[in-house]
Write a protein that binds this ligand. Structure first.
Ligand code: VGL
Ligand code: ZN
Length: 197
């Protein structure tokens, strides 16, 4: 199982209980944590996935003040995930699994909306895509928020790059229930595999 990774998209306080609190977020965090606990156990002797051999990559929406996606600037969204605020932080239950090298920021340019985490960059300037290639990852599990926006765009870019994408459908939260269902159906039709853990 050395070519498998998990990508956790935008499990940040503003999307969980903040200015853009999404439906299902509490469940999504609990189930993601369960999944992570499952994949990080096992022993070197077994075929199980071993802690540390299963990279967990985190995507973080990270906006400057006055970002173009905010309503005050004529965008569609309330102010959210402003750099340096609590709302932009990864949920504390998941944070122990995040490392600097495997945390990728997006939406940090004032005039650019970036739903997909694919081109997100870490502090060393490497993109998520680049790091997945360096790690020789062929299969990615994806969980996160919001299904219709950042999760969908990230999954589609991963799929287009030739990866096998396994979407953890119990580990998602959404802006709108119908939008969530439609996004799942569309992704499934594109060859993204929906799985329940
Ligand atoms: C997102 C809207 C604006 C997301 C981010 O993470 O899905 N949605 N910024
Ligand atoms: Zn955003």
């Amino acid at each position: 199982m050395r070519d498998v990774a998990l990508v956790v998209v935008d499990m940040l306080y503003d999307f969980i209980d903040g200015t853009m609190a999404c439906q299902g977020a509490g469940e999504a965090v609990r189930n993601s944590l369960k999944f992570i606990e499952k994949i990080t156990e096992g022993s070197p002797e077994s075929d199980e996935i071993i802690y540390g051999t299963f990279p967990i990559l985190f995507v973080r929406d990270s906006h400057p003040q006055g970002h173009c996606s905010f309503q005050a600037q004529g965008g569609p969204w309330p102010e959210h995930c402003v750099q340096g605020t609590h709302g932009a932080e990864i949920h504390e239950a998941l944070r122990p699994y995040a490392t600097e090298e495997l945390t990728f920021y997006k939406g940090y340019k004032k005039d650019l909306e970036q739903y997909s985490g694919f081109e997100g960059v870490n502090h060393a300037g490497q993109s998520l895509h680049e790091v997945l290639e360096l790690l020789d990852i062929k299969n990615v599990y994806v969980c996160g928020i919001a299904t219709e926006y950042c999760v969908r765009n990230t999954c589609e870019d991963l799929k287009k790059a030739g990866l096998r994408v396994l979407l953890l459908q119990d580990c998602l939260a959404w802006v709108d229930p119908q939008g969530h269902r439609e996004a799942l159906a569309a992704m499934q039709a594109e060859g993204i595999k929906l799985i329940s853990q």
